[in-house]
Design a protein around this ligand. Sequence first.
Ligand SMILES: NC(=O)c1ccc[n+]([C@@H]2O[C@H](COP(=O)([O-])OP(=O)(O)OC[C@H]3O[C@@H](n4cnc5c(N)ncnc54)[C@H](OP(=O)(O)O)[C@@H]3O)[C@@H](O)[C@H]2O)c1
Length: 325
Amino acid sequence: MDYVRLGNTGMTVSRICLGCMGFGGLKTGNFSWTLNYEKSKPIIDRAIDLGINFFDTADVYSDGKSEEILGRAIQGRRDELVIASKVYNPTGPLPNERGLSRRHVRQELKRSLGRLRTRYIDLYQTHRWDYETPIEETLRALDELVRSSLVNYIGASSMWAWQFAKALYKSDSLGLERFVSMQNHYNLCYREEELEMIPLCREEKIALLPWSPLARGFLTGKYGRGARPAGKRYSRDQLLRERYFRKEDFDVLEETGEVAKEKGATVAQVALAWLLHKGVTSPIVGVSSVSQLEELVESTSVNLSPHDLKRLEQPYRRRATEGHV
Ligand SMILES: NC(=O)c1ccc[n+]([C@@H]2O[C@H](COP(=O)([O-])OP(=O)(O)OC[C@H]3O[C@@H](n4cnc5c(N)ncnc54)[C@H](OP(=O)(O)O)[C@@H]3O)[C@@H](O)[C@H]2O)c1
């Protein structure tokens, strides 16, 4: 496994981060495609064996079950690992059970620490922009968590570039901890972030941690053009069905398949290798089995030439994006 600094910090993370959104085991609802503890534990163990030290979860994944599973599975090894979690999305029906107010941030951090069975979170991220709470309030609350040793670094997830620039400017001008990472939607089938957010992150030495780097499984080649898609995640993950499967996405997929054939690699490995060649710090991958994970880890040794990169990028067509997906 290769390791890299997390942006402009002194902390080192593996070049592959294991996303834990697929751990939960809920029977119904948006997370009913996720794995229970018994099926998640061998994946987490194997990730550590393979040298992965970086794990990403969130308070809302499977109503907190993802954090619980991760916390239980890494008992005794926690201090070897870099644990990232998130706050923002609603955790209950009450008005203060959501957003990035000082109150909710403090409350959720406490709950996340409990579920993760840890004294600290390495990277605490805001899941989305809160239009109703002044960013100064959120930044002061996060700064306080770092000063209290409950959090080592703070990061952000999907938002507009102007919002991120504003947050960085506010932290600097108020002398507060600044965001060190951006967790955003970036893969061969979704490249809108190349317009504004990624150049900003490069300029500010912000770590790039793309989510859904395999387009929720679409960029593995398991779904063919014209074929009737099957699989538990396809049938239960609405966002997978809605976000990809355009004609242009299949064009990208087929070109990725061609490059993969020539490299003696798999489609998923080439899709991840492309991100690793684009200055990404650590793609946050999801897997539903140990063998999938073993395949993905090999992507760090797939070399792509400038010509390969051009071929992979050529079929992409810009999307009309109304909001952050
Ligand atoms: N910040 C945010 O807003 C946000 C949003 C989404 C995700 N995330 C983070 O990003 C992580 C990854 O998201 P994701 O699960 O959508 O990522 P992904 O890596 O794009 O897709 C993962 C899916 O790809 C399939 N897959 C993976 N390796 C495979 C292989 N070798 N062969 C065949 N299929 C393979 C699996 O599908 P099957 O289940 O069909 O086997 C798996 O569920 C999450 O766990 C979470 O930590 C963050």
